[in-house]
Design a protein around this ligand. Structure first.
Ligand code: HEM
Ligand code: HEM
Length: 180
């Protein structure tokens, strides 16, 4: 089974990590959109604190996922796929990986700059930049823009491609990421 898995699909761990991140991101966007607007002196409400916690969990899972990916190559593309589709899929996957690091780190930097504590399981995480540091105001703006626009656009493209392969091309691209 391990052998066929390697040839045709992702490992069970890669699938689990993929779908775990999808679930965490859905929750994370819901928190982001319903939490109060963060301005100077906004208190860290429960929703804001949940946004920070889930964001750090996403960052941690992304680290584990990248480590798994570095030691377990993506299965080779279906030979029937045109080269441009295999290549563009790979580029989108790497951009999504990059965002899974850049987005939470920028959010964490912005929280540090604003002096908002980022607490995980009762422990306050260190500040990434000094509270009130000048010249870092862009971190929060870029964090929101990358999430609300670039990440959602790439995920939209990624999901559209998966559905196109499944329902139009009727090949095995979606199936190799689905649980058996
Ligand atoms: C992948 C993980 C994350 C995603 C997808 C995400 C998404 C978002 C989005 C969409 C907004 C803008 C909300 C709006 O539309 O107004 C936002 C704002 C914010 N997030 Fe995150 N976030 C993530 C992780 C984090 C982390 C880890 C932290 C801090 C530890 C954080 C701190 C913040 C802060 C401080 C803001 C307000 C930014 C500002 O307007 O200055 N986020 N986040
Ligand atoms: C309902 C939503 C989603 C569907 C249907 C979906 C589907 C898929 C499929 C079918 C593959 C395998 C593609 C191939 O073999 O070429 C894949 C891989 C991948 N997906 Fe998604 N995906 C979804 C959401 C996401 C999200 C939200 C992210 C991250 C932000 C993401 C990141 C990735 C990455 C990085 C890969 C490469 C495989 C790996 O290294 O784990 N996907 N996805």
């Amino acid at each position: 089974m391990a052998e066929t898995d390697k040839v045709t699909g992702y490992t069970g761990t890669a699938k689990l990590l993929h779908w775990l991140i999808v679930a965490l991101l859905i929750a994370q966007f819901i928190f982001a959109w319903i939490m109060p607007d963060i301005r100077r002196d906004t208190p860290v409400s429960t929703l804001i604190s949940l946004h920070f916690t889930f964001g750090i969990v996403i960052l941690a899972v992304a680290v584990i996922r990248l480590a798994w990916r570095a030691t377990h190559a993506e299965p080779p593309p279906d030979p029937s796929l045109p080269h441009w589709q295999a290549l563009s899929g790979e580029i989108v996957h790497w951009l999504l990986y990059a965002l899974l690091f850049i987005v939470p780190l920028l959010g964490w930097m912005d929280a540090s700059r604003r002096g908002m504590p980022v607490v995980m399981a009762g422990f306050e995480l260190p500040n990434l930049i000094a509270k009130g540091a000048s010249g870092w105001g862009w971190t929060g703006d870029v964090h929101g823009l990358l999430s609300n626009y670039l990440m959602l656009a790439l995920v939209g493209l990624h999901v559209a491609a998966a559905l196109y392969h499944h329902f139009v091309q009727r090949d095995g691209v979606l199936k190799r990421m689905l649980p058996r």
